[in-house]
Design a binder for this molecule. Sequence first.
Ligand SMILES: Cc1ncc(COP(=O)(O)O)c(C=O)c1O
Length: 458
Amino acid sequence: MLYRQVYEYVVNQIERGDWNAGEKLPSVRQLALELDVNRLTVFKAYQHLKQEGKVEVKEKSGYYVASRHKPQVESDDSERHWKNKLSEIQRKPAIYQFSTAIIDPNLLPNLFLSDYVKQVFDIYPKLMGTYSTAQGDEELREHLSRYMVRKHRLQLTASELLITSGAQQAIDLIARTYIRPMDAIMVERPTYSAALDVFRAYGARFFAVDITPEGYDLEKVEQVMKQHRPRFFYMNPTFHNPTGYTVPSAQRKQLVELAERYRCLLIEDDAFNDMYFDQPPPPPLFSYDTEGWVVYIRSFCKYVAPGLRICAVMGRKSVIQPLISSKSLADNGTPLVNQKIFLHYFESDRMQQHLKKLRIALQIRRDIMEEELIQAQAPDWQWVSPKGGLYLWIKLPDGFPVTPYLDECLRQSVSFIPGTICDPMNAIDDRIRLCFSFVNESQLREGVRRLVTIARHF
Ligand SMILES: Cc1ncc(COP(=O)(O)O)c(C=O)c1O
């Protein structure tokens, strides 16, 4: 599929107007050298572009952008480079929402938070008239760094922490800081699809390693690092989205050692760390990092307040400094009001009480979803029961037609995420992700029954 990425790269250049109609394209040899790929790969991409009329061949001269080709900055075709496939599905209305990775707002501390809204305006009367620094409110960074030191026994100071507007912004800042078009990056297969969409938009080339209930194949990880020198490995090793798997403790230290040996950053996205059911998860990879090869993203959006969009990015100075510069270019700082409200709630006793109750509520919803799937005798559906997080990752029978099934489910007001969009290769076509955290318990039962009934017709 590598040629497809070269193809996308060329199309992107043409549509942004970097390469104009009638202009000569780099030769196969030149482009292969530039992108560090095989000449045959470039040749195949050029052949496809020729067949589609996007490029023309002039004998003994080379390849040219087709003369009738106009840059199409606003066209649907160019938009595909800036698409968030996940949010497109999530936008579709459905009563039985199993696609949205959100916790039911009834389980979140909305009422308590409004108390803190009043409180922070009393404490900081000029709050609305003040910018945050680009790095984030110092008081919040101090508090979060102490919290991380206590909780995970790691070394961290407030200066090694950056506040972003959600993990989504952190992913975007990392991509814009580290990815140049056609750079190799390593990702899990499957993975969080909106991260793939961001990396794709910046022109990254994917090398994927499977994630399984036992973690990764470390030999494969090492081989990719050694052979392709990826800029980073983006991973979600704890209650992984979409599978719910957790990379075992024993692999974590080894992964950091591999990162050090091959000078490959590990981007550890840890959005679900606190959402465990029985046992807390193993320590983050970041807790093993002494040399600055891990960037740790810890979002608090999911289980405190999605509306406040508070996320902390942590790392040694060498990685945090460039990200602060990118953050400053992006928006000059996350709104200070949000940071202060979050801080005052987060440091209160209510926060820990909320987490305890939330874990129980989420576990109950997971159990209900599993129970209903078993009772409805979903034909040959298989999954590994998650020990935390928000999803079931279901294996459907081979050859099951997921796309028409999703269309019919949406028509009948049930939504889910198809596995293909979580796959860097777009090929996992026998899996779906069902989120159990958003709808209430009776909707959960009804929705699962409907999902299974519809499946019987395929
Ligand atoms: C793995 C992962 N990373 C990042 C995000 C984005 O989270 P945030 O709301 O903090 O932007 C999500 C959201 O579902 C996620 O699942």
